[in-house]
Design a protein around this ligand. Structure first.
Ligand code: DX5
Ligand code: ZN
Length: 217
């Protein structure tokens, strides 16, 4: 059984001590650093912008997995690439020209992901799944950390996994929102490859041990 990719979400970190938090992730068994970008339009919250991503990059030894919860992401993907992103996901619901947006990200030589809100059907990815490197499945409504995991996610992961196999896609499935020790193993059994975890990691007493526990769940 291969181990999951663990991507702690920096949104739940102590922003007054970002260097320390990034170094904690560097020293842990985490694989990526998940970075949530919110614009107050696509989602009802603001998070961070390019200068903060650049600051994270300055200390990070692990790839930045940038999740764009913004409208018109095509205007910003190049800037996030230049700021150090190695994975960029755009929301299906925010892209009228998703295929073009995915190609734009891939043309920069980095991984391209599509993110899906909880209500967006798995089948809506049928014509794009073969082109993406990652599906970021929201298991909460995007916009805030620390929300309750939506149970319907399990069956949706299975559906997306089926679609991936059917269409011969190389995409990995990332679960984003409310991940903890109770749902991590069932999610992996359903077909997930990447676990994002924000509050579960950063509110725990020993974040790097928590990352280790998720890795070997
Ligand atoms: C939600 C974000 C998530 C969030 C996850 O809009 O996309 O990445 O940081 O945080 P937790 O694990 O606390 O739900
Ligand atoms: Zn996210």
């Amino acid at each position: 059984m291969s181990k999951p990719i663990i991507a702690p979400s920096i949104l739940a970190a102590d922003f007054a001590n970002l260097e320390r938090e990034v170094k904690m992730i560097n020293g842990s068994v985490a694989n990526w650093i998940h970075v949530d970008i919110m614009d107050g339009v696509f989602v009802p919250n603001l998070s961070m912008g390019l200068p903060v991503v650049e600051a994270i990059k300055k200390h990070a030894t692990k790839p930045l997995d940038v999740h764009l919860m913004i409208v018109n992401p095509e205007k910003y993907v190049e800037a996030f690439y230049k700021a150090g992103a190695e994975v960029i996901s755009v929301h299906q619901e925010a892209c009228a020209h998703l295929h073009r947006n995915i190609q734009q990200i891939k043309a920069m030589g980095i991984k391209a992901g599509v993110a899906l809100n909880p209500h967006t059907p798995a089948a809506s990815l049928s014509e794009i799944i073969a082109d993406v490197d990652l599906v970021c499945m929201m298991s909460v409504n995007p916009g805030f950390g620390g929300q309750k995991f939506i149970e319907n996610t399990y069956s949706k992961v299975k559906e997306i996994k089926q679609l991936i196999l059917q269409k011969n896609s190389k995409a990995v499935i990332e679960i984003d929102g409310g991940v903890n020790m109770a749902n991590a193993r069932p999610l992996l059994d359903a077909g997930a490859d990447v676990l994002v975890a924000g509050n579960f990691v950063f509110t725990s007493e020993h974040p790097s041990d928590t990352i280790q526990r998720l890795k070997s769940v």
